[in-house]
Design a protein around this ligand. Structure first.
Ligand SMILES: NC(=O)c1ccc[n+]([C@@H]2O[C@H](COP(=O)([O-])OP(=O)(O)OC[C@H]3O[C@@H](n4cnc5c(N)ncnc54)[C@H](OP(=O)(O)O)[C@@H]3O)[C@@H](O)[C@H]2O)c1
Length: 362
């Protein structure tokens, strides 16, 4: 009897009823369904992996969340957005003193005030140097800007500080003094630049005492002059114009991380001649970027993921080891990006996306 009870217990799906023992029939296996199930499971435990890079000892996620567009969002929405970001492994949050006139940093400051434990899970990056009608990389402005960011963000340190744009009137010795003071006071841990050309970066690096770890640049399949110039070198194509001095190769050589912004952005005009700048996945932009959308849709199906993840994977696949800063303000959009580090694009597919965006090869 004891063995019989053990036997009954060991059969999966056993149910008792009206004094009889019923053994549930197992459904007949459908091989296609099994494949589907495995693919789904794969997307649950395989695709959610975030990858990280080392920024001078700071572990920063390859996918970062940009905070430029959140100024008019309610704090509850931002709390949900940040929570969704942390859930998928994002830890790098990109700000600037000017985003929303300071409101974007302030909203994060409120979040941190309400939940101080959030701060230790975040790598906070901010920028300085843009003012109304001018650029300013003077000593006083850098120091004042950082003090303001610290206050608004409600934190004692900025993890990474970027100079937002080059200032033709910059005096690198002043920047060096500002960096030294901010580092000595523990107010900034690591430094970098944004929208700087090769020579501007090299010049600044020759004067400051800290390594410049990051250069943040606009890059998407629809907008990639830093890639076009290298592909079209030695041709008379307008795409061959090198506007930044071979930045891609320079950053690879010097171990500077290119952080990309505007990952989903493009420029297009509608029938009335009205000019737009927006995401290439929107219905309005799909006309001009039909081939690009068709291509990334196909790859998204192939890899059982979303087109947003494929668009970011195109950036992350490049061996320059870039980080992608995305700027969605909605937690439901953010989760569309969660697979981006795991989409196994190959080099052929990378070129397919490049060409589908309208770029040609010589
Ligand atoms: N260093 C610089 O000079 C510089 C310049 C610009 C930006 N940045 C940084 O880079 C970050 C990202 O830039 P970005 O905001 O231009 O990036 P983005 O991710 O290319 O664009 C975000 C915008 O596209 C929309 N979007 C994204 N995916 C979409 C989809 N599938 N369907 C419809 N709309 C979609 C978002 O709308 P929803 O909010 O509705 O999702 C949002 O308005 C900024 O937040 C900022 O931190 C730096």
């Amino acid at each position: 009897m004891q063995y019989f009870a053990q036997f009954v217990k060991s059969i999966k799906g056993v149910a008792r009823g009206r004094g009889k023992i019923f053994i549930k029939r197992r459904p007949i296996k459908d091989p296609t369904k099994k494949r589907q199930t495995l693919a789904n499971r794969r997307s649950v435990w395989y695709n959610h992996r975030m990858k990280y890079i080392d920024v001078g000892g700071i572990k920063a996620s390859k996918l970062a969340l940009g905070c430029m567009r959140i100024a008019d969002k309610p704090i509850e929405n931002i709390a949900r957005l940040v929570s969704a970001a942390l859930d998928i492994g994002i830890n790098l949050f990109d700000h600037a003193d000017i985003y929303g006139g300071g409101k974007c940093e302030q909203l994060y400051g409120e979040l941190i005030k309400n939940r101080p434990s959030l701060r230790e899970r975040m790598v906070l990056q901010t920028k300085c140097g843009i003012m109304s009608g001018r650029y300013n990389l003077g000593y006083n402005h850098i120091i004042e800007s950082v003090e303001g960011s610290l206050k608004r963000l409600n934190t004692d340190r900025i993890d990474i500080l970027l100079l937002h744009r080059p200032d033709t009137l910059m005096r690198p010795e002043e920047i060096a003094r500002a960096f030294d003071r901010l580092e000595r006071d523990g107010k900034v841990l690591r430094f970098g630049v944004s929208n700087f050309s090769v020579m501007q970066t090299e010049y600044l690096q020759s004067v400051v005492n800290q390594k410049l770890y990051v250069n943040q640049m606009q890059l998407s399949p629809a907008f990639c002059p830093i890639i076009d110039a290298g592909i079209n070198v030695n041709t008379s194509s307008p795409a061959a114009v090198d506007r930044d001095g071979g930045l891609l190769e320079y950053c690879r050589m010097r171990g500077i991380t290119i952080q990309t912004y505007g990952t989903m952005q493009c420029e297009f005009t509608d029938e009335s001649g009205y000019f737009y700048s927006g995401a290439f996945t929107t219905d309005a932009a799909k006309k001009k970027y039909f081939a690009l959308n068709f291509c990334i849709d196909g790859l998204a199906q192939k890899y059982n993921t979303t087109k947003e993840a494929v668009a970011v994977a195109w950036i992350l696949h490049h061996p320059a080891n870039m980080q992608a800063v995305i700027g969605t303000t909605l937690d439901r959009h953010l989760t569309d990006y969660k697979d981006c580090c795991e989409v196994p694009l190959d080099d052929r597919e990378w070129y397919e996306i490049y060409r589908a965006a309208g770029h040609t090869l010589p």
